[in-house]
Design a binder for this molecule. Structure first.
Ligand code: MTE
Ligand code: MO
Length: 403
């Protein structure tokens, strides 16, 4: 490499004296990096938990073709707020970490232009890791935030891409932290004192335009502001009004994910002729809404917790899924597959595991807050299950298949 490229960097950002902020240095980067590491660890762990709760490799949750023999990693059905908490953390911490990510990237940007571009095979490997790390971080943050904003400027499947992106990010991050560990140790040991080996320090620094404390204040202030305009969609109550960045969760105490009109569910489809079909037993069982209402009714306050980060708790009344399993002739069923009347769309089916199916609070809800379900919330019947991602709480249910 050295023989092919001039040893002198070309004019511009590859010249060490191009970067002049006196704030840059291993210590500053280490502080930003440490906070960011805590944040992305929370986001990664809750993200993988969300994947476990969603189980997209199962049945009709499919983003990956259905595998009938898959072993159910059983996501628990309690505490009821489990998914609201894990996913609330995933989305909120992810958004709040954005200023930290930008500050961290700003603090290391001279390294992006380091000359020569590749000094040795080891250096090439290091730069490839950095490329994967920065690339996947930007990809994960951008796709996650767009999804939470219900904005899809791409053609690929979000869940698949965000999931595999996460593995690339985590692998690159582990490598990065391992490689940087000596620098991190040294940075904490020497604190702010000048370290001559510090490759991030500007060789010809300018006068500072902001103090280091000012920079920390700026990043902390930006993160705090983002927290205020997003967290209300999870915390609820009066803070909901502040959730300016929450497309569904703001103001609305009982948001609708997808209206009946958008899902192409018409009032005719859910008229007096509507029946719930139960499959899986020796013969099919068919029930009218009145027959369902004549069964033992149960009422619970349960949250809907959407993968996009918002949560709402309402009081639901309906029949237990396990009572329906018994009625279908499959009292010991392991799974139930839900089917909506909605003609098309990704969320019209879901597969629930044993823990959900057999929980007392797992309902086929017929009412909410004492009234018949509004059409937009899934009339005549919808699934509502404790601790489960909202996406599995199928609306406008037409059939249940027990297996
Ligand atoms: N048939 C059907 N059921 C559905 C959906 C859908 O689009 N179609 N959206 C799901 C998602 S992603 C969520 S978060 C909840 C939201 O329920 P709500 O609209 O009653 O608040 O419904 C779930 N059930
Ligand atoms: Mo959702």
């Amino acid at each position: 490499m050295r023989t092919l490229l001039p040893t002198e960097p070309p004019p511009g950002p590859s010249r060490p004296d191009f970067w002049r902020s006196p704030l840059r240095g291993a210590w500053l980067t280490t502080v930003f990096g440490s906070f960011l590491l805590v944040a992305v660890t929370i986001v990664a762990v809750t993200g993988f938990l969300s994947h476990a709760a969603y189980q997209p490799s199962l049945g009709a949750n499919a983003i990956i073709p259905a595998d009938k023999d898959i072993v159910l990693l059983s996501w628990p059905a309690s505490p009821t707020y489990l998914y609201a908490i894990t996913q609330g953390l995933h989305v909120t911490v992810g958004i709040v970490a954005v200023p930290l990510l930008l500050a961290k990237l700003w603090s290391v940007i001279p390294r992006l232009y380091a000359w020569p571009p590749v000094a040795s095979p080891a250096d090439a490997l290091g730069r490839l890791t950095t490329l994967l790390l920065v690339g996947s971080a930007i990809f994960q943050f951008a796709t996650g935030i767009c999804n939470a904003q219900l904005y899809y400027p791409w053609k690929f499947n979000f869940v698949t891409a965000h999931y595999y992106g996460a593995w690339i990010f985590v692998a690159a991050l582990v490598l990065h932290v391992a490689v940087k560990l000596p620098t991190i140790r040294r940075a904490y040991a020497t604190r702010r004192e000048l370290d001559l080996d510090d490759e991030l320090r500007a060789p010809a620094p300018d006068e500072p335009t902001i103090s280091r404390r000012g920079l920390f204040g700026l990043v902390a202030g930006a993160s705090a502001a983002l927290f205020v305009v997003t967290a209300g969609q999870v915390i609820g109550g009066p803070t909901r009004k502040l959730a300016l960045l929450a497309p569904r969760g703001r103001g609305e105490t009982f948001p609708v994910n997808k209206t009946a009109a958008v899902a192409k569910v018409t009032p005719e489809m859910v008229g007096p002729d509507w029946r719930l079909e139960l499959y899986g037993g020796a013969r099919r069982v068919s029930l009218s809404r009145d027959e369902l209402l004549a069964m033992e009714q149960h009422t619970y306050a349960l949250p809907i917790a959407c993968v996009e980060g918002w949560t709402t708790t309402q009081t639901w009344t309906g029949v237990r899924l396990k009572d329906l399993a018994r009625l279908a002739g499959v009292p010991d069923a392991d799974t139930v597959q839900t089917g909506s009347l909605q003609p098309r769309g990704a969320f019209r089916q879901a597969t629930l595991g044993r823990a959900q199916l057999h929980d007392d609070q797992a309902l086929l809800a017929l009412k909410v807050n004492g009234e018949d379900l509004p059409l937009d919330h899934g009339y005549p019947a919808r699934v509502i299950c404790p601790a489960l991602p909202g996406v599995h709480c199928t609306k406008w249910v037409g059939g249940l298949r027990f297996a």
